[in-house]
Design a protein around this ligand. Structure first.
Ligand code: DOR
Length: 437
């Protein structure tokens, strides 16, 4: 097939031009102008006025299966991903059982093979049961197909255990994704520690509970010369540390979420104690959000990751203090990120690089690029269509979004995985009945 005359954006090759993309047997065959004239027998899709770019790579997703199928499954989570233009998801290990053995990794891979509609790359737990005490079976999990290690949801509290994790991980060529939180400093906290949080009567989680662990991780990374990836960076003090680390040449990378780029504790205040605004790390202050946006621009932040954390209604429709943390993010991530970029003067290519080639680089997977020979994971996107977020229409089981009712700009029209159409929007320009596999 040929995607005809779309604006092709491939941050990896600094491509931004109107041309055709030909796909054969799951791979990109060639790109260039006038391909339909050369290959008139090929099925073609007119993409004029639309953007064509590599399928997004989400380095931080919770798919919840096995164990929490009432929150999400591999099927529903990957359908949500496809609808959000995400064709590769790295799924976190805080399932039940935890993905800390090769058996669980194999289960996820086999299930994803059978039921998943986008590519699933499991992340293995760094420690058994995410307890931070004993290392998980890293080598066997690597053989079974994990692409990274993380105890996400929890920090690796013991610095010696983190050291061992980093040493083992580097032997197996696996990045370690660390959830940075000092559980003593954040104990009992439910919202950002600041004047607004205090006025709301909420026990605080201070920025330093994140940054103190970011600092530790940077120093260990420097000492060992081993890569560390910091999950969901949320505040200015962490960004400043990471900037310093990068200036020193320390092998640190990091990610930010669309919600930390879009919201602050003031939005939580305005929501009237709405648990949909409860997330860990918490929504911070305006100066933090500004620092995150600047850090994206400067390259201090490498990736935009959804931290898609779907929850069942019962876990969220309770008092703020006891509600679960997390935001269902796969289906809103791209328009939110582009909106933040647009307001801050960051180009679509820069935003897309943080959601394609950069996370693929951190994970060491050959994805997130659009050039001949690469896997045809592709998205066709209408940058002009505006739509209103309605969680009832999410493919995800997780309806927990603080963006309910927001008007967003830009809509996924078609998602291809290995050349196969897995999602087609209801309002598509080709007159084809919509579907999501
Ligand atoms: O808000 C969050 N939800 N933060 C995490 O670190 C874990 C996640 C989850 O698993 O629900």
């Amino acid at each position: 097939m040929i995607l005809k005359e779309g604006r092709v954006l491939d941050p990896a090759s600094a491509t931004d031009e109107v041309m055709d993309v030909q796909i054969t047997e799951g791979k990109i065959e060639r790109t260039g102008p006038g391909l339909c004239d050369h290959f008139p027998d090929e099925e073609s899709f007119d993409c004029s006025g639309l953007w064509v770019f590599p399928g997004l790579v989400d380095i931080h997703t919770h798919l919840r299966e096995p164990g929490y199928e009432y929150k999400e499954t591999i099927l529903t989570g990957t359908r949500a991903a496809a609808a959000g233009g995400i064709t590769s998801v790295a799924c976190m290990a805080n399932t039940l059982p935890v993905n800390d053995t090769a058996a669980v990794t194999r289960f996820i891979r086999e299930k994803a093979e059978k039921e998943g509609i986008v590519e699933v790359f499991p992340v293995g737990a760094a420690t058994q049961g995410l307890k931070g005490e004993q290392l998980a079976e890293i080598g066997f999990m690597k053989e079974a197909g994990i692409v990274a290690l993380s105890d996400d949801g929890f920090p690796i509290r013991d610095a010696e255990i983190l050291r061992l994790t980093l040493e083992y991980a580097s032997r197996f060529n696996l990045p370690v994704i660390d959830h940075c939180e000092d559980l003593d400093l954040s104990r009992g906290g439910v919202a950002n520690e600041c004047a607004t949080g205090t006025r709301l009567g909420m026990k605080g989680i201070p920025c330093v509970s994140e940054s103190v662990v970011v600092a530790r991780d940077i120093l260990l990374s420097q000492w060992l010369g081993v890569h560390v990836h910091i999950a969901h960076v949320s505040c200015r003090s962490s960004v400043n540390l990471i900037r310093w680390a990068k200036e020193q040449g320390i092998p640190v990378t990091c990610e930010v979420t669309p919600h930390h780029l879009s919201l602050t504790v003031e939005d939580l205040d305005a929501s009237g104690y709405d648990p949909r605004f409860k997330v860990n790390p918490p929504l911070r202050e305006a100066e933090d959000r500004e620092a995150l946006i600047l850090a994206l621009k400067e390259g201090v932040i490498d990736c935009i990751a959804t931290d898609h954390a779907p929850h069942d209604a019962q876990s969220k429709m309770v008092e703020f203090q006891i509600a679960a943390n997390g935001i269902s993010g796969l289906e809103t991530a791209l328009p939110l990120a582009l909106q933040v970029g647009n307001k801050a003067g960051l180009s679509p290519s820069l935003i897309l690089s943080k959601m394609t080639v950069e996370p693929a680089r951190v994970l060491g997977i050959e994805r997130g690029r659009l050039s001949p020979g690469k896997v045809a994971n592709l998205v066709v996107f209408d940058p002009h269509e505006t739509w209103t977020v309605d969680s009832k229409r999410f493919f995800s089981k997780g309806k927990n979004t603080p963006f309910e009712g927001w008007t967003l700009n830009g809509r996924i029209k078609m998602t291809l995985v290995k050349g196969e159409m897995v999602f087609l929007d209801e309002n598509n320009p080709w007159g084809i009945p919509p579907f999501c596999l």
